[in-house]
Write a protein that binds this ligand. Structure first.
Ligand code: FE2
Length: 267
């Protein structure tokens, strides 16, 4: 039943393979409560140590295949506004720099690729997010990938275009590389440019939260209304994690433009 990801997930602690059991229902309820509280749910120790080690090893072997991006952007991923003061969030520029390893380079035997491709994980993610059904991305490069942030690399403040994200952490650097977020900083009804500017200018540190990021942590995150970033990596070893991509509809893929940007090619 769980052969596809046996040995990868601590299913004693997180019974994603039996969501209809009492313990499975409790797990889903707990995830939903965490998401309702501040838009973030982390499951520490989700991956077993051997699977973490294997993903770190595989990502190191694929390092030469990584596509490097380093670019400025505003927090909305829109063209920066010209007709507002320079400190306005719509004009403010951030920097994102990372190494991305595409799905098609990751071996089919990689423990977290097997986990991603299992129907049990897709069902669990849907249940935790309160959805009837979800579909894995159909993108051959982006559906499941590995990101390596080297020293000096970072992910600038931004809001996600997508409703939620799913990540699994493999390795943290010696310093930096923290996932910071400010829950519910905007809503569909309120753009809250003034509140956002406070965060961007570093004047609202008390409202900034840190996502749990120990190796093996599984995280669900509502990033559409929460401003978030990964701080600059320091030290000598990279920060390594995976993003697992899902959609409400089957067959979802990156646009050719986005695929070129993230992976340097179109599938
Ligand atoms: Fe994001």
């Amino acid at each position: 039943m769980v052969a596809a990801y046996a040995g990868a997930v601590d299913i004693e602690k997180y019974p994603i393979h039996e969501l209809d059991s009492r313990r499975g229902r409790d797990l889903v309820s707990w995830c939903r409560a965490q998401l309702a509280e501040d838009g973030c749910c982390t499951l520490g120790g989700f991956l077993l140590p051997a699977a973490i080690d294997e993903m770190v090893r595989i990502s190191g072997e694929l390092d030469g295949k990584a596509w490097v991006t380093d670019r400025p952007h505003n927090i909305y991923f829109t063209p920066p506004a010209q007709d507002v003061p320079p400190d306005d969030p719509r004009a403010h520029l951030e920097r994102s720099a990372k190494h991305g390893i595409a799905y098609d380079y990751i071996p089919a035997t990689a423990p977290v690729r097997r986990l991603y491709e299992s129907p049990e994980l897709t069902r669990f993610v849907a249940a935790a997010l309160g959805k009837d059904v979800l579909y894995r991305s159909a993108d051959p490069l982006d559906a499941f990938q590995i990101t390596r942030f080297y020293p000096g690399e970072e992910l600038g403040w931004h809001f996600d275009n997508s409703e939620f994200s799913v990540t699994i952490m493999y390795q943290m650097p010696e310093a930096g590389g923290e996932f910071e977020y400010v829950p519910a900083l905007r809503s569909d009804a309120d753009s809250n440019y003034a509140g956002i500017e406070e965060v961007l200018q570093g004047r609202a540190r008390a409202s900034v939260k840190l996502q749990e990021s120990a190796p093996g942590t599984f995280a669900l995150f509502h990033g559409h209304h929460a401003l978030h970033r990964v701080t600059m990596v320091r030290g000598s070893r990279p920060r390594i994690n995976s993003v697992l991509t899902y959609g409400d509809r089957p067959g979802m893929k990156l646009s050719p433009l986005t695929s070129e940007l993230f992976y340097g090619r179109v599938s």
